[in-house]
Design a protein around this ligand. Structure first.
Ligand code: BEZ
Length: 217
């Protein structure tokens, strides 16, 4: 199966999870979603990752994001492993873990990369918007744990750039100035955001602080 690409509708599916059966599009409804795969239960990097995602519960909620983990292990293993995750992360696992023993979700999202050792999933992340469009995709090898602060930062950037003619520059974080989109002339940007609020570094690189706050404070 081809990897779902940016701008495409994230494929719908039905799955058994630690929170009961779900139909993905119905479950996420009009929220943002982060669907992320991990190779296997009772493995060290995965335990730290899922613990971190649990500890960030308030941060996901503040952004209107529902999180959903997937691996090819069965429900009974997920349920037993949750105890370790909660101990390591210091927070209850309140988001669902998909038991993808059939590999149907992993294959639908192209999460199994044979070059990565076996037929478990690699560390994929899909950020999906309220209209069910894929907005971001990351793929990490099994040996490298993901940085979930970066995923929150990217969600902030996506939500901010949906609100106006902005892009976010290298290393942007909430509160930093943003780039005025190329579709707006500098003159128009000065009218729209205020003369004082637009800095033209080159004719194509213009920064502004106006209207550029992320949705969470
Ligand atoms: C881990 O989570 O530590 C892991 C899982 C599969 C392969 C390599 C590392």
């Amino acid at each position: 199966m081809a990897t779902p690409r940016l701008g495409e509708i994230a494929p719908d599916f039905q799955a058994d999870t630690t929170e009961g059966p779900i139909a993905f599009h119905d479950w996420k409804h009009d929220s943002w979603a982060v669907l992320f795969s991990h190779p296997a239960d009772f493995t060290p990097v995965c335990t730290t990752e899922l613990g971190r995602v649990a500890a960030l519960k308030d941060d996901w909620e503040a952004r209107g994001v529902k999180v959903l983990a997937v691996s090819v292990d069965p429900l009974q293993t997920h349920d037993a492993w949750k105890i370790d995750i909660e101990q390591v992360g210091g927070a209850a696992v309140t988001y669902p873990l998909i038991a993808d023993d059939s590999r149907s979700v992993s294959e639908l999202y192209d999460m199994i990369h044979p070059g990565e050792g076996d037929t478990s999933g690699v560390r994929s992340v899909f950020v999906i918007d309220p209209a069910n469009k894929v907005r971001l995709n990351l793929t990490y090898p099994k040996s490298v744990g993901r940085n979930f602060d970066e995923i929150l930062r990217a969600v902030d950037a996506l939500q901010l750039t949906d609100r106006g003619p902005f892009s976010t520059p290298a290393d942007w974080k909430d509160g930093d100035r943003v780039v005025v989109a190329p579709s707006i002339t500098t003159a128009d940007a000065r009218v729209r955001f205020g003369d004082h609020a637009v800095e033209e570094v080159t004719p194509y690189l213009r920064y502004t602080t106006e209207g550029a706050e992320a949705s969470v404070g």
